[in-house]
Design a protein around this ligand. Structure first.
Ligand code: ADP
Ligand code: UDP
Length: 236
């Protein structure tokens, strides 16, 4: 597969077209941003770790019935994916209160939620990814009713599968963000990434944070924490 021109550069990844129809290459960067781009930095080795963690988890989910955009890992930081039209909704799934939910609702971080919470944000950097509900999503035609049902179903199923999988390697899945896209025929698949950049992972025993909060909150040892997640998943 030949890598052609860059079609997009985001905060954490670059996207390239290829000579294979409907296939793109994503390249993971070491750049890190937080607070809607206000805090910027670099985490050495992050691109390679997030590429491998994402691909490992997407293949694991694929085996368990979740369709994803994953095609093939091409290098340490590059992966071929199916081209999708991204549904401009960030789907956030929460098991334990943390981050913006704790701040907004005054629920202390670490409080187990009585049931899983599903949130949507409108994926729009200029507006700072504002939280929306299903009525907004439908009124703005971000997705159809049937697509939202499918997206909710996948998000909750991913939470079940991933939560149990991570528990076995001593990681508590606190919350995470998903993006979905439409293939050319309209099929909804999981896209983007699942990594310590987009999830909160806490060590089951010590409560130590193994995710981007180490960068957001200047806790240090960011790369070590990301590498620990990779190590627990893949034993390397
Ligand atoms: P951001 O755009 O938030 O800065 P990234 O730096 O991660 O995020 O950029 C990657 C971009 O590629 C995101 O906008 C994401 O929605 C998009 N994307 C992810 N997977 C696919 C895919 N399979 N097809 C098309 N676009 C994708
Ligand atoms: N998240 C993300 N991208 C975003 C916003 C959130 O990946 O643009 C993830 C974040 O890493 C966390 C979860 O979604 O795992 C919930 O984030 P929260 O709403 O608490 O926001 P934050 O604390 O990141 O401001």
């Amino acid at each position: 597969m030949k890598k052609l021109g860059q079609i997009y550069e985001g905060k954490a990844k670059k996207v390239f077209s290829t000579d294979v129809p409907e296939t793109l290459i994503v390249e993971y960067k070491d750049d890190a941003t937080a607070f809607n781009g206000l805090k910027k930095g670099t985490i050495a080795g992050k691109g390679a770790i997030n590429n491998r963690v994402t691909n490992y988890l997407m293949q694991m989910l694929e085996k368990r019935g979740i369709p994803t955009h994953f095609v093939k890992e091409l290098s340490e930081t590059e992966t071929a994916v199916k081209k999708v039209a991204i549904v401009p909704i960030e789907v956030i799934v929460r098991n334990i209160a943390a981050g913006s939910l704790s701040k907004r609702l005054g629920i202390p971080e670490g409080t187990k939620l009585k049931r899983t919470v599903l949130e949507y944000s409108y994926k729009n950097d200029e507006l700072g990814d504002p939280m929306i509900n299903e009525y907004h999503a439908l009124a703005m035609e971000l997705a159809s009713y049937d697509e939202l049902r499918k997206i909710d179903e996948y998000a909750l199923k991913i939470n079940e599968i991933l939560g149990a999988y991570l528990k076995d390697i001593g990681i508590e899945l606190i919350d995470f963000k998903l993006e979905f896209g439409r293939l050319a025929d309209g099929t909804i698949v999981l896209a983007d990434e699942i990594s310590p950049d987009t999830c909160r992972f806490w060590d089951v025993k010590t409560g130590e944070k193994l995710d981007k909060d180490r960068f957001r909150r200047d806790l240090g040892h960011v790369e070590d924490a990301y590498r620990e997640v990779l190590h627990r998943l893949m034993g390397e």
